[in-house]
Design a protein around this ligand. Structure first.
Ligand SMILES: [Zn+2]
Length: 312
């Protein structure tokens, strides 16, 4: 629009010209942390692969394979943050790029599900055909892996949001990485306990049994993550509490909300489209009433005049 010929727009409409990037409040912090953890995993991966070749250790090489899956998952998350940052103001994305992180989260849930399937297959195989576990080599490796894992979990810890919020999912992109590494840490603890028990009692079945329990755990994490990511991608109502709060704040002065859509645009950002019917509806007042809800970033209110019909 050419400012020279455009008619002056009232000041109260400035809210519509606000920056509409819909990125999470912790976007930069989380992106930085994903890169730090990617660095830690790349160094560990290199150490595992070099160690595996030097000591001809299958366990080290297998650990390296898992670590390379981590590097791939973390690079997916990092790419999503970078893409969203670069296209934050791109008008081609009608409702911003706040959902890119949810798409990356969904992709990582699929990777996690495949990991669970691979662990389960290997564990069942080993339960049917037991192999002697070389505990002296495997135990310190599992402990070292757990230590690296715990360090990554601390770095990836999502930031705590204070005060009034209806968005319990927060930034799903960093949560996905955090959830994956937390699942791995639980599997590591299970594995170490099973190996210690197996070594003490000379049993071969505790290790694959722990593997199978771990696969179920990782599978559950994957399902939970896929469900949460797809809910946002498919515009499932993010919070009935938020929707009811919007409805209640719009129903003043005898006004009736005849149509209401609430959906998530990005971490901590939601949109609402409402059709309000009533004789004395003051849109500016309704906008003001909704302005107190911090996670409502885009509001469109249509007033239906009695007698006219609204086409949904
Ligand atoms: Zn993993």
């Amino acid at each position: 629009m050419n400012a020279a010929v455009a008619p002056p727009v009232p000041e109260e409409l400035d809210a519509f010209r606000r920056d509409r990037t819909y990125l999470g409040a912790d976007h930069h912090r989380n992106e930085r942390r994903i890169w730090i953890v990617t660095g830690i995993c790349v160094v560990t991966l290199a150490a595992q692969l070099v160690g595996g070749a030097l000591f001809k250790s299958v366990a080290l090489t297998a650990g390296g394979l898992h670590m390379s899956a981590h590097v791939a998952a973390l690079l997916t998350a990092a790419a999503a943050y970078a893409f969203a940052r670069r296209h934050a103001a791109d008008p081609r994305f009608s409702f911003g790029v706040g959902k890119v992180g949810y798409l990356a989260g969904f992709a990582n849930a699929v990777v996690l599900a495949i990991t669970a399937l691979a662990i389960a297959t290997e564990s069942v195989e080993r339960l049917i055909h037991p192999e002697a576990v070389r505990y002296d080599g495997a135990l310190p490796l599992a402990a070292a892996g757990l230590a690296v894992n715990l360090l990554c979990i601390v770095v990836l810890r999502p930031a705590r949001r204070k005060g009034h919020t209806h968005d319990r999912d927060g930034d799903l992109n960093i949560s996905a990485a955090h959830l994956h590494l937390s699942a791995d840490a639980m599997v590591s603890v299970l594995t170490i306990a099973a190996m210690a028990l197996g070594a003490a009692l000379h049993w071969d079945w505790t290790d694959p049994a722990a593997g199978l329990a771990g696969a179920i755990l990782v599978g559950r994490f994957a399902w939970n993550l896929a469900r949460r990511a797809s809910a946002t991608l498919l515009d499932v109502n993010p919070s009935s509490a938020l929707t009811e709060e919007v409805r209640a704040r719009l129903q003043v002065d005898g006004a009736e909300v005849v149509d209401l859509h609430v959906w998530r645009l990005g971490p901590g950002h939601h949109a609402a489209v409402a059709v309000v019917a009533g004789l004395h509806v003051d849109v500016a007042r309704l906008r003001q009433a909704l302005a107190v809800i911090p996670e409502l970033s885009h509001v469109t209110i249509e007033v239906a005049t009695p007698g006219a019909t609204h086409q949904p």
